[in-house]
Design a protein around this ligand. Structure first.
Ligand code: COI
Length: 370
């Protein structure tokens, strides 16, 4: 018992790194001037620098902002073989007054460590997570786009680096933050297919963790749906494929009978930051909100009888993306005109106004880093 406790203790990082001593090595030549900000496919162009830190011998060390580029690794690292790898998606915005803000960083931080715990990985201390991101975004602040619906996407990732093929939780990890200027993830309303064979998350599984395998397993069923003319899937519950869970890279919301309805958070669903943001905004504006199980029948009948007036995907990358059509068992259900959706249109504007500093940030969501 004592031995077991000691092992657990060794994996716990030292709780506080007061002020990080971050080494900075800057690029000799910035790629900024060569980057076409009018053509930014998601995640394709990285900023000049990245942040890295290592967890070794029971502590976090080697904090460094350095030129973005390859990292030399053993081909035996356990992240590659056994998938101990997690990530987050966050965004930095250029505010109206010229300052740079990272949106709701503490919420992403909390989810990052929940994912780490589920995958038996070391957690990242808050000041390491925050100061690493702040140092990187600050150095690359000229990369933050200013056009509407554009931002700097921030990708913190943690992966296991023990070069060992034995199946066990790694004792060493690398924390890396990448940044990439980005526009809208989807450029049109979506045609989505309700998936009733493949499963994203089951009770007791890892659906709530932002772990690499959840995205790997979605690729084959999504590609199959895309071959049928769909853009994305709607995942359903693993037991009976009866209830809507989430979409491929975003949570789902509906307006049914004038209420904002969204699948409740369970261990099969990612606890989305944008989802939470929209629910808070909706409540503050007096809209009725329901977080509960949403059946496929309710959605399809709602489309047919006119009670379901809006459906949209919400996520950091996706922001708010309208759903135009839903396919189920070979039949296509066409929703209301995506350009005439009062709730999601007004909430998207309210959200953008806060994120770009056009109205006071009454929720305290903007963290000014530059
Ligand atoms: C995000 O919205 O940040 C995501 O992680 C989705 C991504 C896989 C495109």
């Amino acid at each position: 018992m004592v031995g077991f406790l000691l092992i657990l203790h060794e994996l716990e990082p030292k709780p506080v790194i007061d002020t990080l001593d971050i080494k900075q090595t800057q690029v000799n030549h910035s790629r900024l001037a060569e980057t076409d900000f009018t053509n930014l496919p998601f995640g394709k162009y990285f900023t000049d620098h990245m942040f890295v830190a290592d967890y070794e011998d029971g502590e976090w060390k080697n904090f460094e902002v350095l030129p973005y580029g390859p990292i030399l690794m053993s081909p035996a690292i356990s992240a590659l073989h056994y998938g101990q790898a997690i990530f987050e998606g966050m965004k930095a915005y250029r505010l109206k007054d010229g300052s740079i803000s990272v949106f709701r960083a503490e919420k992403n931080f909390a989810r990052f460590n929940r994912s780490a715990e589920r995958m038996a990985m070391v957690t990242v201390p808050e000041d390491l997570f925050m100061q690493g991101i702040a140092a990187l975004v600050n150095l690359d602040k000229d990369w933050v786009p200013s056009a509407e619906n554009y931002s700097l996407y921030i990708r913190p990732t943690l992966f296991a680096t023990d070069p060992l093929l034995g199946v066990k939780a790694s004792s060493t990890y690398k924390f890396v933050v990448l940044t990439t200027p980005t526009g809208p993830y989807f450029n049109k309303p979506l045609r989505v297919k309700i998936e009733t064979h493949y499963t994203r998350g089951a009770d007791g599984g890892v659906g709530a963790a932002k772990t690499a395998g959840n995205y790997a397993m979605s690729m084959m069923p999504t590609a199959a749906a895309q071959a049928e003319g769909y853009d994305q899937l709607i995942w359903t519950d693993a037991k009976n494929h009866e209830f809507v869970e989430e979409s491929g890279s975003a949570n789902l919301m509906f307006v049914i009978d004038g209420k904002i309805v969204t699948p409740e958070i369970r261990e099969t669903i990612l606890d989305g930051v944008t989802r939470d943001t929209i629910l808070q905004l909706a409540k503050s504006l007096g809209y009725p909100v329901e977080e509960r199980r949403v059946s496929i029948t309710e959605v399809l009948e709602g489309i047919q009888n006119g009670k379901l007036t809006e459906a949209f995907a919400v996520g950091t990358a996706a922001t708010i993306t309208q759903i135009a059509e839903i396919g189920y068992q070979g039949e296509m259900y066409t929703l209301t005109d995506p350009t005439d959706r009062p709730f999601s249109t007004s909430i998207a504007k309210k959200l953008n106004d806060i994120r770009y500093g056009l109205v006071p940030d009454e929720f305290g969501w903007n963290w000014i880093v530059a």
